[in-house]
Write a new protein. Structure first.
Lengths: 772, 116
């Protein structure tokens, strides 16, 4: 498993080079890869069918419980086979669809990356490796939606999809952490073994909600459905692969995977059934109001995903059976229809239902594929879609709760599918064949082959369901229900039952709906006012508002005015210090240190007065030369203080530096600006207040530190080690050149850099036309 | 002096910040230099002051005789002073260049960068 995945990732990243090397033949290795993986998976089929899940473990970060564990059971295998099979067909299709695009190599890179991540997602056993793959699918989906990177719509749609699914991914991460803390297990297989404990745990409810959030965003459930129609900005192969057959079903997969753990909870059942049914209805309703083929397909996909979620909510064996069968049926017909839409777009340059008609003559193979798929979508007798729909109806009617809503959702969306199917299958291809629709070029085999294959498989599976796919579907349903007693037998003919009557009614109503479709389209524009309140516009407003506020905020606190920055920093710092010093620490006791006043000797008072007077003078003077001299005075006073308190080296340095500073100042004096007062009076008072506040805070801090002096261990250490280890008597020097010698080297480097900068500044004369 | 120095340093901080907040370039330099000085004194005070005793081991002894000043803040200070000097020198030259180029001593006039 790991080898297969690694190969996928390696080939994904070598795709651009393969494209350079092989040119348009790059499709051969890219398509062979998924089919090869599919063949490998097929060899594991017997094991899975005998209820022996294939388990592989590779340690990664064992201390955190993060390992690359893989487990292939019925559910995983069903998804993995779908992913690889579709992947292969899409690779072939994409080669023709993007034939003239110079970025085909990059496209294959993203697509293969996605496929590998998706494979990892459905086979991962460890929560966190699943999360990792989940995020890679989000990112590759982002890259693929925004593949046409010169198109603004594509870019914003990609952003939107990434933000929505990324938010869900974050929720999912939280859920996984809660589950692993709550149960102590890091893998699904471990979790499923000890399911009984967790439902009583305090983390159960939050974990459940976070899982739902993650899965609903990924699987485009209401109210997060809005990103999926926008994601149709992606090239059509991507829409067919990611946004109908595989990625959007990752949420369904995870819900199904965790179903044994959570399905006992009423919140789970009602939320899934309610949200799923609402999404199904909404998707069907919106699908009828569009004329863009891809938009229609996107909304019906949302609707179908809603139905699957609702089935998981019902949770009965019948519902789970219906879910897996419908999952497969939907993937087959929807993938076909997307590819057909892409082919039509490629050949005629339009995807508008109202403009397309009578294409059957000019592209017969595509017409056959589309017809097969739409018949399956409508649920006509020998197709897999028919079986799926019958099972859905049965499950909805047998549900123990919310029967009217669930039935309405399945039935009404069924009706809408029929209408859409007639529009897509009949209207586009067979209506008005007399009037030929001009096409720019006929579709090549690579463009009509993949949809045709998918369509034909839909028929074969419908005609002989038990022959091929039933065992896998049965194992998948068993993985979801967690019991081995869920048996699945599919029949194309159930006899004259209530469900059959309903199916026929669906068809008739669907036909009726198709006949009034034009009228619906004409009236749909009246609903625009409502959509302006929908989640999509809400998202946009939120996004714009966020950006706007961020800009306002940034320009308010970072307006390019240096002094304001300084003021913000100082005020924030002072506020923080005051808060901490006042509320979190003992206050300074002045009474305990009155005796220190006696220790002050005369020369110290003189020093204090000298510095204070010098500073006062500096504040008042306008002469540059005197201020430099006074500055020097303050510096020398500091040196004296250092001498008084046992720091002769520091004092020496201070004296030297002060002298140098004064010299530099005097040398450059005539080139420096003269004093003038520039600030307003009012501002000046503000500045004085801020400056005084800062000084007071610093004084208070120092007094507090003096009150609570701690003995330094370093002092003792260096005192002992200085002579013994470094053979030096001046401890300060020893620290500088021996113990912390590298720091001193760094200091020298800083000085050297400063000197270089000064040199450059002195030598440059941009006003004379020299370039800096 | 132990009790006076915190107040002296506080005054230094106040005055230097007031200079920094000015629009005038020359005062900005003065402010930066004084601020560095105040910071050094702050470190010195916070590091603990010991009257008299220098951190040097006398000839014939193996250990410094108590009480002696803590050598660690002193080492830090030495480094800080030297690096502070580097910054000061750079700032002085930079401001001289800015003044030459822009012919202005007002910080707020420097918001356009056409001449750079």
């Amino acid at each position: 498993m790991l080898i297969a995945l690694t190969t996928c990732f390696l080939i994904a990243f070598s795709a651009p080079w393969l494209y350079k090397w092989l040119g348009k033949h790059v499709v051969i290795p890219m398509a062979l890869l998924p089919f090869g993986v599919m063949a490998y998976l097929s060899t594991l089929l017997p094991d899975v069918l005998h209820h022996v899940p294939v388990v592989q473990t590779h340690t990664w970060v064992p201390s955190l419980g993060i390992n690359l564990d893989f487990r292939l059971d019925g559910l995983s295998l069903l998804f993995a086979l779908l992913i690889t099979f579709f992947g292969g067909l899409i690779m072939i299709y994409a080669a023709a669809y993007l034939k003239d695009n110079p970025l085909l190599g990059r496209f294959y890179l993203f697509l293969t990356l996605f496929m590998a991540a998706m494979l990892g997602l459905v086979t991962a056993d460890n929560f966190f490796s699943l999360f990792l793959f989940w995020e890679i699918t989000s990112i590759s989906s982002y890259l693929l939606i925004g593949f046409d990177n010169k198109n603004k719509t594509a870019r914003t749609s990609a952003w939107q999809a990434l933000l929505v699914t990324g938010m869900g991914g974050l929720a999912l991460m939280g859920a996984f952490i809660l589950i692993s803390i709550g149960t102590g297990s890091y893998t699904f297989s471990e979790l499923l073994r000890q399911e009984s404990d967790f439902s009583q745990h305090a983390f159960f409810a939050p974990a459940l909600l976070l899982i739902l959030l993650g899965c609903f965003t990924k699987s485009a459930q209401f109210p997060f459905h809005f990103w999926l129609p926008n994601a149709m900005a992606a090239p059509t192969p991507v829409s067919a692969y990611l946004h109908s057959a595989t990625m959007v079903k990752a949420g369904i997969y995870l819900l199904a995977r965790l179903s044994p753990v959570f399905s006992g909870s009423e919140v789970w059942q009602l939320t899934l059934a309610g949200v799923g049914a609402a999404t199904a209805l909404l998707g069907a309703f919106l699908a009828l109001q569009h004329t863009d083929m891809k938009a229609i397909l996107a909304y019906t996909t949302i609707s179908a995903l809603g139905q699957m979620v609702a089935m998981l909510g019902i949770g009965t064996p019948a519902a789970l059976k219906a879910m897996v069968v419908y999952l497969l049926a939907h993937a087959l017909y929807k993938g076909t229809l997307f590819l057909v839409a892409g082919t039509i777009d490629h050949s005629t340059g339009s995807r508008n239902l109202n403009k397309l008609h009578g294409l059957a003559k000019s592209m017969p193979a595509v017409a056959i594929a589309a017809t097969l798929a739409t018949l399956s979508m409508a649920g006509i007798v020998p197709f897999l879609g028919f079986i799926g729909k019958e099972l859905l109806y049965e499950a909805a009617l047998e549900s123990s709760f919310l029967v009217p809503l669930l039935f309405a959702a399945t039935f009404l969306s069924g009706v809408a599918y029929v209408a859409v199917a007639i529009a897509l299958g009949y209207k586009v291809f067979w209506k008005n064949t007399k009037k030929q629709m001009p096409i720019t070029h006929a579709p090549t085999p690579k463009l009509y082959g993949p949809p045709l294959i998918l369509g034909i498989i839909g028929v074969i599976l419908g005609l002989a369901p038990n022959l091929l796919i039933t065992p896998v579907l049965e194992r998948a349903a068993q993985s979801i229900s967690g019991s081995l007693h869920t048996e699945l037998e599919l029949h194309i003919w159930h006899g004259f039952t209530k469900v059959l009557a309903l199916s026929i009614l669906t068809l008739l109503l669907g036909l009726l709906l198709y006949l009034i479709h034009d009228r619906i389209l004409r009236h749909s524009s009246k609903l625009k006012g409502i959509y302006a309140l929908g989640p999509d516009s809400l998202y946009r407003r939120l996004f714009q508002g966020f950006l706007h506020q961020a800009k306002l905020f940034t320009s308010a606190i970072q307006d390019g005015n240096l002094r304001r920055y300084v003021i913000y920093i100082i005020l924030f710092f002072s506020g923080l210090m005051l808060y901490v010093l006042w509320f979190k620490t003992p206050h300074v006791l002045f009474s305990s240190r009155l005796h220190l006043l006696q220790l002050i000797s005369f020369h110290e008072v003189v020093l204090f007065v000298l510095v204070a007077a010098a500073l006062l003078y500096l504040l008042g003077t306008r002469s540059r030369l005197t201020s430099i001299v006074v500055m020097g005075l303050v510096g020398y006073s500091a040196a004296l203080i250092y001498i008084l308190f046992g720091a002769p080296d520091v004092a020496a340095t201070q004296l030297l530096i002060e002298t140098l500073t004064v010299v530099i100042f005097v040398l450059l004096l005539h080139k420096l600006p003269a004093f003038i007062y520039l600030s307003h009076q009012f501002k000046k008072y503000n500045y004085i207040a801020i400056a005084l506040l800062f000084g007071a805070v610093m004084t208070y801090t120092m007094l507090l530190v003096q009150d609570h002096a701690v003995a330094s261990e370093l002092k003792d250490y260096y005192g002992k080690a200085s002579l013994a280890e470094a053979h030096g008597r001046n401890i300060v020097n020893v620290i500088l050149v021996d113990f912390r010698g590298l720091d001193t080297l760094g200091e020298i480097t800083v000085l050297a850099v400063a000197a270089l900068g000064i040199f450059a500044l002195m030598r440059l004369h941009p006003e004379k036309g020299e370039k800096p | 002096m132990e009790i006076l120095l915190p107040f002296l340093t506080g005054i230094l901080f106040s005055v230097s910040l007031y200079f920094i907040l000015h629009r005038h370039l020359f005062k900005l330099i003065l402010g930066i230099i004084l601020f560095g000085l105040a910071t050094n004194l702050f470190l010195f005070v916070v590091g603990g002051m010991t009257r008299g005793g220098i951190a040097i081991i006398a000839q014939g002894n193996d250990l410094p005789s108590e009480p002696y000043a803590d050598p660690v803040p002193q080492a830090l200070l030495l480094t800080a002073i030297v690096i502070g000097f580097g910054i000061q020198a750079f700032a002085i030259v930079l401001i001289k260049r800015v003044y030459q180029t822009f012919k202005s001593n007002n910080l707020d006039d420097l918001n356009n960068n056409e001449k750079i």
